[in-house]
Design a protein around this ligand. Sequence first.
Ligand SMILES: [Zn+2]
Length: 268
Amino acid sequence: MDVNVGVSGIPLSAKGSDTGAGLRVLKELGLDFMEIQFSRNIYLNPDSARTVGNIAKELGIGLTCHASYYINLASQKIEVQEASIKRIVDTLRIAEVLGAKLIVVHAGYYSGRSHEEAYDIIKSNIDAIGVKCPSKVKIGIETMGKQKSFGSVDEIIRLCNDCPNTVPVIDFGHVHVREFGSIKTVCDFTSIFERFKDEVGLDEFHVHMSCMKHANGNEISHLPLESFDPDFRLMAKSIRNNGYKCSVVCESPLMEHDALLFKSWLKS
Ligand SMILES: [Zn+2]
């Protein structure tokens, strides 16, 4: 089975240490992967990023990056759009130094626009990033868990077909809450994987995993996997049954504990 399982950020058991030490802890635990969190700021400079990239390579730990939370490519304010483009470009550049294969981006909010208008603006800003910063690192556009956020499954599929510098990031918890608790069976997971496979031509998936506290189609907070909402044992079964190649980033508050739990579900 070709599944990499990892965590979002420095593991809890390495808290207070640097990214390199976090990578060594992941290796010792038997995890495969780190999504480096630049969600508040890009805390590595090119030199430290090169060092972290080399440690990851030496340990055989895969890397991706999560871009800033302060991105809104569809803002009504042009200066916010421009700052968002800059944040994505800066993240792409540091990701290249790290040797990361993609950066994860929350594209933005509808911001009082129609969904169609928000789509057009986000698409043209992503195209502008492709011109400004041609990169082999892909921009991973995440499915989002709030009604006001751009990022339904349909929108992500459409955008990733329209913009060659993007790939989908499937956050199943977000899809679940956005669709008012829609994921209840193995088939529900499989049909989402299959849509991305058939409609985007994906043969490798980047997946975010966390249970969710939610209400009225909106995410409130992340919960451990053993709250089973949605039930990721079913995702493990879907991956196993269909042999999907994927990288699964555990975003549960229990981080590496839940990443290892998920690994055990993949085997059982
Ligand atoms: Zn995210």
